[in-house]
Write a new protein. Structure first.
Length: 199
């Protein structure tokens, strides 16, 4: 008889109750990097000339719940002149995380928040806590280039997450990419449309 590594008495066989379900282990890093790549794509939709941020909310089954990027509220003039006026922009722009919460069409409790290219600030982290986000995933590459004011806000965000036991997972910026632009290879080239495939 094989020894049972899960028993305190290794010579006895393991007997699992009937209601026990065995779940496969998920490598979250693969999914995290995919979702961060999606947040990176959403960040490219922002018209902000200095900082483009994307955010994504995903449920426990890794389905998209909502997406957002930083910018003015819908319908407002987002001309280069207005976006270049830093004081006006910082007073009126919605953060990507705010937009991801406003755009949601499903319950947010139990979701994971993905942000690119930086973790959420303290105000957006407070909002994430309030709506029931249970995990935050982002990248760490831009931290060195941030102002001391932003670094302080990120530290407050970290402290808040620590208080409520929300993990913040940070990946190196270099790991978040579209491998060989694989996401954009859905459209066949005109040459391939003329070729006939043998049965």
């Amino acid at each position: 008889m094989k020894k049972n590594p899960f028993s305190l008495e290794p010579d006895k066989p393991a007997i699992l109750p009937a209601e026990t379900t065995v779940r496969r282990v998920v490598d979250y890093s693969v999914w995290d990097l995919r979702m961060l790549a999606a947040a990176k794509l959403f960040s490219s939709w922002s018209k902000d000339p200095s900082t483009r941020v994307g955010a994504l909310l995903v449920d426990s089954s890794r389905r998209f719940v909502s997406m957002g990027y930083n910018g003015f509220a819908a319908g407002l003039d987002d001309s280069v002149d207005r976006l270049s006026n830093r004081e006006y922009k910082y007073g009126c722009v919605l953060h990507a995380e705010e937009n991801v919460f406003f755009n949601a069409t499903a319950p947010l409790f139990g979701t994971t928040l993905y942000t690119y290219p930086m973790p959420p600030c303290s105000k957006c982290t407070a909002a994430a806590i309030q709506v029931g986000v249970i995990r935050i995933v982002s990248v760490s590459g831009h931290y060195r280039t941030l102002s001391s004011d932003w670094k302080e806000k990120l530290e407050w965000a970290r402290e808040m997450c620590e208080q409520v036991s929300i993990p913040i997972v940070l990946y190196p910026l270099e790991q978040v990419s579209f491998p060989d632009d694989a996401l954009f290879r859905f459209v066949p080239s005109p040459d391939s449309l003329d070729k006939k495939v043998a049965p």
